[in-house]
Design a protein around this ligand. Structure first.
Ligand code: DCS
Length: 480
């Protein structure tokens, strides 16, 4: 029989090359163990509501009414829903052409793009044009659209921080481009060093690559650092000098757990730098409803804003977006609500603020509990999670542990994480899934388990870790 087109040997090599550790070997093993009845703590994905975070009330009320508009005809609707939620549902339904069951424009509903632009203007103090904002099914889709537009062939390089969120490495592989790593400095709290960046570009060009774009993730995933104002400015100057488009992944902009470096958007910094930068540097900025205190990952709402991108390119991006017809409309409404939350004069304001504050304050405490917990463990060092949703401790694995991993046919950090999973049910992602310096080992966990369970989880981690380290240091040979 002749081989068939969808037989493994015949499918796209770029598809085979893709790696995505967040749902990789560890996740699969955890799912198996769960089926066998073991209690698993899924800290591998930044998926707050899967770990018990309650959705904010107001957006769910609005979306319920948008999905079931007949409820608004019910004489008792005022008893069930606050007046501002009803008004807001009418506001969004009026924006659609036939409710939530109708496709929207492929860039998203114009009314919501306007709400996004107004949010950006309030946040940054500079104008934003709704025509340059596209709504997407989560930020991931927007990243894919832009990388697909930038990358022409394998000679096109994209600068990506290492460690990085594997959406970038995976999409660059899928589009057939080349990832150009720039290493974040762990000993400087995962800081970004411009000298390092210059070196990476120089090396890539030396290999014949055209470096076209640079990705920043601020606050960082998996590294949790927040970029300083000075650092963002240096990056934009660098992009200007080197003629790079900047992709600013700012999905964690609400998740900030320190006061020294508040979030500053790349767009704001670029505009504040004035000419020639503000008119020259090409920038695409991303945001989502999946993160922050919303955590509405399953709703798939996001946007990207383009700055200094020519109208002809915007047209092409629009054309390609049109192939998928429409981003999902309920996701767009979640985004509209996030961009335009209840105001102090609204009935739902007090509840909305108290719910969101409670989530953020708890995340801040959890970030501290996790960092302290990891730093109390044998051979583990961990930078403080300044922002985002992850802790990324370094594991100083003894040579005997590395040898045992080799014998088991596993990368050392995968070996460690599998043992951790079997012993404690804690499902993490090995550092190799994000990239790390050769010879360094890490794991990533989210800071999302419920706060009241945190001490027990950290105690169970510590017990496992300290026994593991002792065993392979050779001090104690007790079986684990
Ligand atoms: N960008 C970054 C830096 C992310 O961490 C994520 C999701 C996304 C974009 C995509 O988000 P949406 O498509 O949902 O808007 N983070 C994944 C992670 O590391 N764990 O869970 C999801």
């Amino acid at each position: 029989m002749a081989p068939k087109p969808l037989d493994y040997e015949n499918i796209n090599e770029n598809v085979k090359k893709v790696q995505y550790a967040v749902r990789g070997e560890l996740y699969l093993r955890a799912s198996e163990l769960q089926k066998e009845g073991k209690k698993i703590i899924f800290t591998n994905v930044g998926n707050p509501q899967a770990l018990g975070q309650k959705p904010l009330t107001f957006p769910r009320q609005v979306i319920a009414l948008c999905q079931a508009p007949f409820l608004m005809e019910d004489p008792n609707v005022d008893l069930l829903f606050p007046a501002d939620a009803i008004a807001r549902a009418r506001h969004y339904i009026a924006m659609t052409s036939g409710g939530l069951g109708a496709y929207s424009d492929s860039r998203g509903l114009p009314g919501i793009r306007k709400e996004v632009a107004e949010f950006i203007e309030r946040r940054d103090g500079y104008p934003s044009d709704p025509e340059l904002i596209f709504l997407t099914d989560g930020a991931s889709k927007g990243v894919m659209q832009i990388l697909n537009t930038v990358i022409c062939n394998e000679n096109d390089g994209i600068l990506v921080p290492v460690p990085q969120y594997p959406l970038y490495s995976a999409t660059i592989s899928l589009c057939g481009g080349s990832l150009v790593p720039y290493y974040l400095e762990e000993s400087a709290n995962w800081g970004l060093d411009i000298g390092q960046l210059r070196q990476s570009v120089w090396e890539a060009r030396h290999k014949g690559l055209t470096v076209k774009a640079m990705v920043i993730i601020n606050p960082g995933n998996p590294t949790g650092q927040c970029l300083s104002e000075a650092n963002i400015k240096e990056i934009l100057e660098f992009c200007y000098i080197e003629n790079l488009a900047l992709l600013a992944d700012e999905v964690y902009q609400q998740n900030i757990y320190q006061d020294e470096r508040p979030f500053i958007s790349a767009k704001k910094m670029l505009m504040s730098m004035g000419l020639p930068f503000s008119k020259e540097v090409q920038l695409v900025s991303y945001h989502t409803v999946s993160k922050g205190y919303w955590g509405e990952c399953g709703q798939r709402g996001g946007y990207f804003e383009m700055t200094n991108i020519s109208p002809k390119t915007v047209e092409e991006i629009y054309k390609v977006a049109s192939i998928s017809l429409s981003p999902n409309v309920p996701g767009q409404i979640f985004l509209g609500l996030m961009m335009n939350p209840p105001k102090p004069i609204d009935i739902s304001y007090a509840q909305f603020v108290s719910e969101s504050k409670a989530i953020l304050e708890s995340l801040r405490r959890r970030a501290q509990i996790m960092t302290d917990g990891f730093n109390s463990c044998r051979n583990v060092v961990c930078n403080f999670t300044e922002g985002a949703m992850y802790s990324f401790p370094q594991l100083k694995l003894p040579p005997k542990a590395i040898a045992a991993a080799k014998e088991a046919g596993k990368a050392p950090d995968v070996f460690y994480c599998l043992k951790l999973l079997e012993a404690t049910g804690i499902s993490t992602v090995p550092g190799s899934g994000f990239g790390q310096k050769a010879g360094d080992f890490h794991l990533r966990t989210t800071i999302l388990p419920p706060e009241e369970e945190m001490p027990e989880i950290m105690a169970s981690f510590k017990k496992f870790n300290d026994e593991f380290m002792q065993k392979y240091e050779g001090y104690s040979w007790s079986r684990m």
